[in-house]
Ligand binder design. Sequence first.
Ligand code: HEC
Ligand code: HEC
Ligand code: HEC
Ligand code: HEC
Ligand code: HEC
Length: 411
Amino acid sequence: MTGRRARALAVLGAVLGGLVIWIVVPSGLAQDAAGGKGLALEKAFPSSSKCKRCHERVFEEWETSPLSKSIHSPTFRAALDEYLTFSGGKDKALCFKCHAPHVNEFAEQAVVFVTQVRSGDPIFDGVGCAQCHLIKQIDRSSQPPVPKYELGKTLFGPYRDSVQNLAHQSMESELFRKSGLCLNCHLSVPSAASLGKSNDLLGSWETSHAVKSGKECQTCHMPEQVGESANGENKRKVANHSFPGRIGKLRQEAAKLDIDTEVKGEQTTVKVSVHSLVPHNLPTTHPGWARVVLELAIKGKNLKTVFTDQRVYGRNYADAKGQNTVFDFMATKVVDDTVLKPEETRVETFTFPTPKDTRSFDVETSLSYAPVTGPQPFLQRIEAESSQGAQDPAFQAISIVKRSVNIPLGK
Ligand code: HEC
Ligand code: HEC
Ligand code: HEC
Ligand code: HEC
Ligand code: HEC
């Protein structure tokens, strides 16, 4: 722990002794941590660890979610620096508008956010509890949409009949049951030049069967369960805060693969149908390296691989010079777009020589999220920044679904 951080925590610890979480900090102390008004920020948006005391289940779920790491990952750190170099230091707040949305309230302190991220161990959360539960409304007139915060002691949430407590007031807000809260950050990401409609991340999700049948983002990504909302309170309907996505069981509901094989003498044709069950684009196309890959392997005699091929689903961007780029903030153009559209079925055809000297062969297919890609210096930077080095999760593919069949060969 750095001295700076230890000091900040000591101060916080001291003021947190009481029951109330929003405390007036003596102005002298406000000149600490994050080089300035770090504590004013901390006061308005208390750290999630303070909610843990009473909301242990929610906290533990959130802690495993990607949201708890939205400004902590080595990949974000490296990408932020690429962006700042590219923008020449202009609009330092851009990435934080979604990765640490309280920047919207502290715009003049964007540089503090940058310093904190660069430290590798920011003293505040990115998308923590307060960053969502202080949102009163969403202003969709600007791009990206801006959350309208009401800073104070009232936390907004899904319950009308929230049990009273000593730390905060509660108020029901319809927004928390609706996709609108999520769209704020998940609908589209701005880029160097106006990409217009093509820069949307979700596609025509509104016309999907799932959405038409009344599903919101929360239905799938914050599944309902029964448990304690606050420690020791009666069990009731609660929402899972681990935000299953690339990690979590939801992945198994992302797609189905069907294999149709036709052997015609020397040539064999395999048709793989990829049925996306996702009511929005798969993958979502921010960051620019987000890809889903379909792989095919044919195993012949002695299970030896005799043929492989793949198809890649994603969006390729070009920058102002016409060069391909994985950084969507540099993009001025979409070169090609192969993302799986909401609930789409894509049929891929592969043709190869029929395996010889064998009574049967295997057709193996798999769909997975691809690891991060990009220029070498960027990848090396992630490796250097990560405590896990080349084992950083960003370098691992994540399997979505696999399917294989054995095809007998008539003599
Ligand atoms: C303030 C901005 C913001 C809001 C509001 C927000 N998210 Fe996110 N969300 C993010 C960011 C940033 C990440 C990426 C975190 C990371 O991986 O570093 C993310 C990640 C996710 C993931 C993980 C994606 C993956 O690839 O696994 C899911 C699922 C998700 N959010 C769902 C939701 C849902 C559902 C809501 C609404 C209830 C919501 N989010 C509201 C910013 C937001
Ligand atoms: C409009 C909201 C928004 C803005 C602005 C935004 N992001 Fe994101 N970012 C997200 C969301 C949402 C995700 C999760 C994406 C998903 O899984 O679909 C994400 C994911 C990421 C990831 C992958 C997860 C991780 O932590 O490794 C990186 C890297 C990233 N963003 C970098 C940036 C950078 C750099 C900028 C600024 C140039 C930026 N983002 C601006 C919303 C945003
Ligand atoms: C002293 C204990 C305590 C602390 C600390 C605390 N809460 Fe609560 N909170 C509760 C209780 C009790 C409920 C009511 C639960 C119920 O009705 O089942 C509640 C309810 C909520 C609700 C639901 C409100 C609604 O109307 O839907 C939200 C959201 C919430 N808390 C967020 C937070 C956040 C964010 C923090 C940290 C900044 C926090 N709480 C800190 C005790 C606490
Ligand atoms: C990305 C936004 C987001 C973040 C971050 C977030 N929540 Fe929530 N929270 C929601 C939404 C949306 C609901 C309502 C879900 C529903 O009912 O479908 C909710 C519901 C709740 C509830 C009532 C239901 C329940 O599960 O107990 C509590 C309490 C709560 N949140 C506390 C917290 C705490 C504490 C944290 C941090 C550890 C946190 N939330 C982080 C969006 C968020
Ligand atoms: C019917 C269920 C369902 C609904 C509704 C739904 N999603 Fe998803 N979502 C999925 C599945 C399935 C996946 C893919 C598997 C995975 O990554 O978990 C996914 C993936 C994601 C991812 C990660 C994608 C990536 O490429 O990394 C994000 C982010 C996301 N959804 C956000 C949202 C948002 C925001 C909404 C609301 C507009 C929403 N989802 C509505 C089922 C759903």
